[in-house]
Write a new protein. Structure first.
Length: 501
């Protein structure tokens, strides 16, 4: 197998780097407009106070130069439309283009959130029905679509759990049990809501053992925050037993349902005793994401927590949809308006296109794909939890470390083979974790190419470790100081930095 340049537009460039960015030629313009013939009108520049003095000379380019510049830059990026994006816990599935078309229908995209209710009936209907589908999928009885991301859904859930206990005069119930494999947002949301995060250990099979929660079953217990399947890609087989124990001790059960890809159409969290969960529409229900948004993290709740949902709630009488504000126990508003509506349109289109059978098939296929990859890699990589997995599998670098090769090296070398690296070093409980989630979108052929690349890298690690250690060799950017890049992100090209930012 040959390495391939994942950024084809960057290869064979005849330009020097600075020339790619330095295209300005004095006097060049991007459009030809007729002379101003609007007599009596004059347009002055704004007041000096509003003009930036530090800009010396805007680029002067023609339209063609401009189009080529941005097209070239866009091709230096990797995306799910270009190749497999196996980031575990991110569910980077293919996002059908029809969803984009639908979310751009002017009736949706130009409906102002302040439009009067009688003129927004179509949008309200869509949200009402989407909430109904999410109730069906989660097996829970009420939904709010307001949270703008998974983490905000968690916060909503934790605020509702807190409000429930306060309403029962149980203000001492603050402990929330969170497994050590949880996503970092879980303890953060819990603490933001005024509760206390208590870390509990996963068992040697990667699952939660009911025994470990026993010491915490007392009247300080607020609840548990479980992820299912957990971030090791393993189904929590004791979920229903644990829910019973938590309920008997007076606590509530939160499920982090960011990744519902393996469950939908097969298992309803409500049947496992879950009281509240969030659902990442931008993962499971298809919306382009990454790079910070946009997201949508609706919360679904059981009867117990329904009175605490954020307001307003969309309701329906015989003839119309309306907003219900009169809910005295509500935790209040979480979003200026209704949430990220365009993401909801995509999720609605996705669910309606697939139907109940299609939704189930997605879950089955994503599980099959992850297990296919896990089995093909079983001999070449160490599997810390070798059981059947759900929508994602976790390997690590244990077999490669004897040659001085780390997970980071493997991830970087994958780029030379044209793949976006998987999630690395997460979950934290697996040393050197490599977490792969192919989703249902990838064909057997695509997965075979990915598997082949990893098998090659495992061989290279033994036979030619230097090439792996010094990877990536082909992409535009080599190894970055990722911490520095995250802390001190510079997105503007300047001449002396030669485009390295
Ligand atoms: C992605 C994810 C989250 C957070 O969702 P955001 O929309 O990024 O806030 C929480 N938990 C798990 C398990 C996730 O994978």
């Amino acid at each position: 197998m040959n390495c391939k340049d994942p950024f084809p537009a960057a290869s064979g460039l005849i330009f020097d780097e600075p020339l790619i960015f330095k295209r300005s030629v004095p006097g060049r313009v991007g459009c030809s407009l007729p002379e101003d013939d609007m007599e009596g009108f004059s347009f002055d520049l704004p007041d000096d106070r509003y003009l930036r003095q530090d800009i010396h000379g805007m680029p002067e380019v023609c339209e063609l130069d401009m189009v080529r510049h941005y097209t070239r830059l866009s091709q230096w990026n990797y995306s799910v439309d270009l190749g497999m994006y196996p980031l575990g816990s991110c569910t980077m599935k293919y996002n059908p283009k029809v969803n984009e078309e639908l979310s751009n229908i002017p009736g949706f995209s130009q409906c102002h959130p302040h439009s009067p209710i009688h003129l927004s009936q179509g949008s309200l209907k869509l949200m009402f029905e989407l909430a109904d589908y999410l109730k069906e999928i989660s097996g829970l009885s009420a939904v709010s679509l307001q949270p703008a991301a998974g983490a905000q859904g968690e916060l909503a859930g934790m605020l509702m759990i807190r409000a429930w206990h306060l309403n029962n005069n149980d203000e001492q119930r603050v402990n929330v049990l969170i497994p050590d494999s949880a996503h970092g947002t879980n303890p953060a949301s819990c603490v933001l809501a005024g509760l206390k995060a208590v870390e509990i250990k996963s068992g040697s099979d990667g699952r939660l053992d009911p025994e470990v929660i026993k010491p915490w079953l007392n009247d300080s217990l607020a609840g548990i925050m479980m992820t299912n399947p957990n971030t090791l890609g393993i189904f929590e087989t004791h979920a229903d037993t644990i829910s019973d124990m938590i309920h008997q001790a007076g606590g509530l059960v939160y499920m982090d349902g960011a990744n519902l890809n393996a469950l939908m159409g097969i298992v309803k969290p409500g049947d496992l005793g879950v009281d509240v969960q969030h659902i990442n529409l931008h993962k499971t229900f298809s919306t382009p994401h990454g790079g910070g948004g946009p997201g949508s993290g609706p919360v679904a709740v059981s009867d117990k927590l329904a009175p605490f949902l954020p307001i307003p709630i969309i309701e329906k009488d015989d003839s119309r949809y309306f907003l219900q504000w009169d809910r005295p126990l509500s935790i209040g508003r979480l979003h200026g308006f209704f949430g990220n509506f365009a993401v909801m349109v995509r999720a609605y289109a996705y669910i309606r296109t697939l139907g109940p059978e299609g939704i189930k098939k997605i879950a089955q296929t994503s599980i099959l794909n992850a297990n296919y990859i896990q089995e093909q890699l079983r001999d070449a990589f160490h599997l810390p939890y070798p059981d059947v997995c759900k929508h994602e599998c976790v390997l690590n670098d244990q077999l490669q470390s004897q040659y001085g090769i780390t997970t980071m090296d493997i991830a970087k070398r994958l780029m030379d083979y044209g793949f976006h690296p998987p999630t690395v070093y997460f979950p934290l409980i697996v040393q050197g974790a490599i977490m792969i989630e192919p989703t249902e979108s990838e064909s057997r052929r695509n997965m075979d190419q990915f598997i082949n690349a990893l098998l090659h890298i495992a061989r290279e690690a033994k036979e030619n470790p230097e090439i792996v250690k010094s990877a990536p060799h082909l992409p535009k950017m080599k190894r970055l100081d990722e911490t520095l890049a995250a802390r001190n992100l510079t997105l503007r090209w300047t001449e002396d930095e030669q485009g390295d930012t």
